[in-house]
Design a binder for this molecule. Structure first.
Ligand code: GAR
Length: 202
């Protein structure tokens, strides 16, 4: 059984999707730790309801990123975490975590990266007038949504779509794609594409 940590700060719909896929034995892993930089977020309550250990904190209480990431690292080591799964954790990960977890941190982003990185990816896509957007799962590096891509799925944007419509369809895709990718990762069956276009299994 692989121990994973989910980092999240939002409503936790991706956390739910992953936890439910684990309950159905579709993913051979356990969410052993939930890390959140928003102690009042819904995902924190959801994790507590499931009896999952929660580490939540206010970043402002620490002396910079290295300060709180050192605490996170300690908790990850204590729980023998093998993979860190970002699901709506809206902060850049620093070297304190990236170095010991190199190639072991993934993120889900609501666009077809490298298009529309950062915040409000759905709004950015609508603003740009694209007809296709989607979801990307990628390895995390020091950049903003820049790491090697593991998987992507596209959705169409229709003429009459509101931002909410697109957001909803994006999340439907995320809730299937993310558990699938985590399932492959823990079995050692995922592949990544680097910037030179080389596909590698890891
Ligand atoms: C997800 O849609 C995820 O793609 C996005 O935050 C949402 C969290 O929703 N992440 C980013 O935008 C990262 N740049 P959830 O709390 O319902 O899982």
């Amino acid at each position: 059984m692989t121990n994973i940590a989910v980092f999240a700060s939002g409503t936790g719909s991706n956390f739910d999707a992953l936890a439910e896929a684990i309950d159905r034995n579709e993913v051979d892993a356990e969410i052993s730790l939930l890390v959140s930089d928003k102690p009042s977020s819904k995902v924190v309550d959801k994790a507590k309801e499931r009896g999952i250990e929660v580490l939540s904190f206010h970043p402002g209480d620490f002396n910079g990123k290295a300060g709180y990431e050192q605490v996170i690292l300690g908790a990850c080591q204590e729980h023998n975490i093998e993979w860190i799964v970002l699901a709506g954790y809206m902060r850049l990960v620093g070297t304190t975590l990236l170095t010991p977890f190199e190639g072991r941190i993934i993120n889900i982003h609501p666009s077809l990266l490298p298009a529309f990185p950062g915040k409000n990816a759905v709004g950015q896509a609508l603003e740009a007038g694209v007809k296709v957007t989607g979801v990307t799962v990628h390895l995390v590096d020091e950049g903003m949504d820049t790491g090697p891509i593991i998987d992507q799925q596209a959705i169409r944007i229709e003429e009459e779509d509101t931002e909410e419509d697109v957001q909803q369809r994006i999340q439907q895709v995320e809730h299937v794609l993310y558990p699938e990718v985590v399932g492959r990762l823990v079995k050692g069956e995922a592949t990544k594409h680097d910037k030179a276009g080389i596909t590698e299994r890891f």
